[in-house]
Design a protein around this ligand. Structure first.
Ligand code: SAH
Length: 336
């Protein structure tokens, strides 16, 4: 049986039509679920009893639950338990421009990036749409406030769970859903080329970020196994097409690893690769973890200045969440 929160508005309209009901009731149901956050279908007071009973027999409203909350400076990390006993994490961050949530898209991850903690547990399964939507709903309940922006940068590779992630985006973006503006939603991929192509053809104003992390195949092969499938030239071709089709600026994520990808010549090569493209580079100071041998680069400022001199837009990602292991690459699918 499907969860009612797995349905986007079109799915719900189609369902209603298929049972001989009026389409407009989809909006009413969305309002109950996402605006009033009502979970007892019997309380959907503008829906007649017959339809309420039908909804109850066709869908469940299973829920994930908050198992633990850790509070840091301007950041909160949530450990969620799923109905089947698996665990995932999400992080709430307070920026000066509002509250943002970093959501997980899978239990574990199969991409195997050498520097990332989240992939140490192989993928157990994809998250269903409702399990992503509820990360935000439960956080909004906890803080008694709205979330302003969402980044799909937690555990998992979103484009390895493409359909559920796109469905999730449609639900949180809908004005009668969670109402989070498309421009306030960012999906980050390690570079699954066919899915970047599919994403380019969607008519969604959602931001895309690419985890590039290296200017050459030689370096990228060493730290990101996915590069053996989709190498830099394939990924660059896909993002050029994305930028052409959508007219949107793309973010290039680049994690700064000591002595691995942080030399001046790496910055120059990166600049050559990106020259003239509508991108900006977001340098991520590496968050060290106990289990992995990489170290944080000491050259971040110099690397940044080299890129600037070469005419590339660049920012350094703010570091926070480290003391509660809530930073990029530190989220885990295991209860610890
Ligand atoms: N799978 C997606 C989503 C993860 S996003 C992707 O690869 O884009 C998380 C970002 O943090 C990615 O750019 C990832 O490469 C980066 N990251 C992973 N481990 C990190 C660490 N320990 N320190 C800093 N960034 C890290």
């Amino acid at each position: 049986m499907r969860n009612l929160l797995d349905l986007n508005i079109l799915d719900l309209e189609n369902y209603l039509e298929s049972i001989g009901e009026k389409k407009y009731k989809a909006v009413q149901i969305f309002e109950w679920l996402y605006i009033h956050k009502e979970r007892n279908i019997d309380n959907f007071s503008n829906i007649k009893k017959e339809l309420r009973d039908k909804l109850k027999s066709d869908f469940n409203l299973d829920s994930i639950s908050i198992k633990k909350v850790e509070v840091g400076n301007l950041v909160k990390k949530y450990l969620f338990e799923l109905v089947d006993g698996n665990h995932i994490e999400a992080v709430l961050m307070e920026h000066d421009y509002g509250k943002s949530v970093c959501v997980s898209s899978q239990v574990g991850c199969n991409m195997g990036c050498k520097f990332c903690e989240s992939g140490r547990l192989k993928k157990v399964r994809n998250l269903s749409t409702y399990e992503m939507v509820e990360q935000i709903i439960l956080i909004e309940d906890d803080i008694k406030d709205k979330v302003d922006s969402v980044v799909i940068m937690g555990i998992g590779e979103p484009f390895d769970n493409y359909d559920n992630v796109i469905n999730f985006i449609k639900i949180i973006n809908h004005p009668k859903g969670l109402g989070i503006g498309a421009r306030h939603i960012t999906v980050s991929t390690c570079g699954i080329v066919p899915k970047i192509e599919e994403f380019s053809n969607l008519d969604l104003q959602v931001n895309l970020a690419l985890s590039l992390h290296a200017p050459t195949d030689e370096i990228r092969n060493k730290i990101m196994p996915i590069n053996k499938v989709y190498n830099i030239s394939k990924v660059m071709k896909a993002i050029k097409e994305y930028i052409d089709k959508t007219n949107r600026r793309l973010t290039i994520e680049y994690v700064m690893l000591n002595m691995v990808n942080d030399k001046k010549e790496d910055a120059i090569k990166l600049a050559r690769l990106l020259k003239g493209m509508n991108v900006y580079v977001n340098l991520i100071p590496y968050n060290e973890t106990n289990n992995i041998d990489f170290k944080k680069s000491k050259n971040i400022e110099e690397f940044k200045n080299t890129l600037l001199k070469e005419g590339i837009n660049v920012t350094v990602r703010r570091e926070f969440g480290g003391n509660i292991s809530a930073a990029c690459g530190q989220l885990r699918s295991k209860e610890v």
